[in-house]
Design a protein around this ligand. Structure first.
Ligand code: KIV
Ligand code: ZN
Length: 510
């Protein structure tokens, strides 16, 4: 058996299915380029048939990103497979990932197909995909709630039809490590037993917090591909976290005994980029990449680490690219700012640089010092100055807990400024109502988070919001030393995303 473990990253497909994440094709190309620097083996770039945006993202990644195999998901429908193949045409190496559900509940309630029909569709789907590429993955969706014998039979049929990777998804995060090992061992014996070139893979969800444990346990059962997403994002509680798998396999080589090609020093940057572009904050105590992952609070721990880092650290922060702190102050000029960006690995166009520098000066004047984390947040704030977007010029608030709070927002679109006033049941709510009126888009706030990026009463706050407009959700992020202003900036960023889709439905917003 090969000692190489294939890292298959699905941040851009399953990860992007997390509520509120809507990455543009440009964002997806930026993440894919970073995943290539991380040296994952396979990038699942999207589900080409699911939307024109996904098709564009998969095609652009296939033509612009070199190194990893580029994959697209596809149902067994002929159109899905043709669309995936079309999007992948420019890739050096491509993979079509064909899936169909195999559990009784999915077959009966969702697909309304019999097992015989499902089997036939799987075989036809894999055969069709093989006409386009010799790299075809097959997944029996909801495998862990399926009849194990049916999973074996359909996977064997898929291998006979030409599948080169058999992926076993724990779609609803239901399996325990012992059960998962049992299922994977069966698949290894009865499916790979018929063709030793087939790679057995895992794809786990985290509903019970077991995704990483299940995936790692499968290595002992012969799995040689693990699917995951950066920061563990994905449907519901998310997917296996790619960076946790990479670091577990590297740190516990004695246990897993498999080699990977990943460049661990790119983990930190990849994690921060995904967080910034998706608008999903990283849990403070998240393994490997959380901001507390290498912090030591108690005196005993600090004392130990000062004597010898390994007393309380099993990984070297530098090994994941957690580099030393950069701090810029309000007196720092363009050269220092450019130098910091270069050290952090950013290259900006002139206009982007000018906007980012302007925002940096604005915040540094109020706050004094801006840390590396603050700089990253500034760089990722939505400062797109395109004329079709609505920009926040200013916000005026009045009222308090004795009077009805009122917000007047001044917005600008294509050079024209106007004021919109609204009342709310709090300052943040008043700003939100005024901005909805300004955009002409009725929205519901479904998630709202404020995180301090710096310490002190004048801290820079990062506000992350998720709004719902119709059935869709949109994320936004804003920064300020003032929470209401930061919130308004986050609402504007989310509403601008919604506006691209909803202007026709709610009328001209200009
Ligand atoms: O969770 C799942 O079953 C999936 C499949 C499409 C692989 O994401
Ligand atoms: Zn999944």
């Amino acid at each position: 058996m090969s000692d190489r473990l294939i890292i298959f990253d699905t941040t851009l497909r399953d990860g992007e299915q997390a509520p509120g994440i809507a990455l543009s094709p440009d964002d997806k190309v930026a993440i894919a380029a970073q995943l290539a620097r991380l040296k994952v083996d396979v990038i699942e770039a999207g589900f080409a048939a699911s939307s024109p945006g996904d098709f564009e993202a998969v095609s652009r990644i296939a033509s612009e990103v070199r190194g990893p195999v580029i994959a697209s998901l596809a149902r067994t429908h002929p159109d899905d497979i043709d669309r995936a193949a079309d999007a992948l045409r420019a890739a050096d190496r491509s993979r079509i990932h064909v899936f169909i559900s195999t559990s009784p509940i999915h077959m009966e309630r969702m697909l309304r197909m019999t097992p015989v029909e499902v089997m036939k569709a799987a075989v036809e789907g894999v055969k069709r995909a093989r006409k386009y590429t010799d790299n075809v993955e097959f997944s029996p969706q909801d495998a862990t709630r399926s009849d194990p014998q049916f999973v074996i039979d359909i996977c064997r049929a898929a291998v006979e039809a030409g599948a080169t990777t058999i992926n076993i998804p724990d779609t609803v995060g239901y399996a325990t490590p012992d059960e998962f090992v049992e299922m994977l061992s069966m698949v290894y014996r009865d499916v790979r037993g018929t063709n030793e070139d087939v790679i057995i893979s895992t794809h786990c969800h985290n509903d019970l917090g077991l995704a990483v444990a299940n995936s790692l346990s499968a290595i002992h059962a012969g799995a040689r591909q693990i699917e995951g997403a950066i920061n563990g994002i994905g449907e519901r509680a998310g997917n296996t976290s790619t960076e946790e798998i990479i670091m577990a396999v590297k740190t516990r080589q004695d246990q897993y005994g498999v080699e990977i090609d990943a460049d661990t020093t790119e983990i930190f940057e990849t994690s921060r980029l995904v967080s910034r572009l998706t608008g999903y904050p990283i849990q403070y105590n998240k393994a490997v990449v959380g901001r507390n992952a290498f912090s030591h609070e108690s005196g005993i721990h600090q004392h130990g680490v000062l004597r010898d880092r390994e007393t309380y650290e099993i990984m070297d922060p530098e090994s994941i690219g957690h580099r030393s702190r950069i701090v810029l102050g309000k007196h720092s000029g363009r050269a220092a700012f450019a130098d910091a960006l270069e050290k952090m690995g950013y290259t900006l166009e002139d206009d982007e640089f000018a906007r980012a520098f302007g925002r940096f000066k604005e915040l540094a004047d109020r706050k004094g010092e801006i840390s590396e984390e603050g700089l990253r947040a500034i760089l990722d704030e939505d400062t797109d100055a395109s004329p079709d977007k609505i920009h926040l010029v200013g916000i005026h608030l009045s009222g308090g807990n004795q009077e009805i709070p009122v917000a007047v927002v001044r917005i600008e679109q294509a050079g024209v400024e106007r004021d919109v006033e609204a009342e709310g049941d709090g300052m943040v709510n008043a700003a939100f109502v005024a901005l909805q009126d300004a955009f002409g888009i009725p929205a519901t706030l479904v998630d709202y988070r404020v995180s301090p990026l710096t310490a002190g009463a004048d801290a820079i706050a990062e506000v992350n919001v998720i709004i719902q407009v119709g059935p869709e959700t949109y994320s936004g992020r804003g920064l300020s030393t003032d929470v209401v202003e930061g919130s308004a900036r986050a609402f504007v960023s989310a509403l601008n995303k919604a506006m691209v889709v909803h202007t026709d439905a709610f009328g001209d917003t200009s």
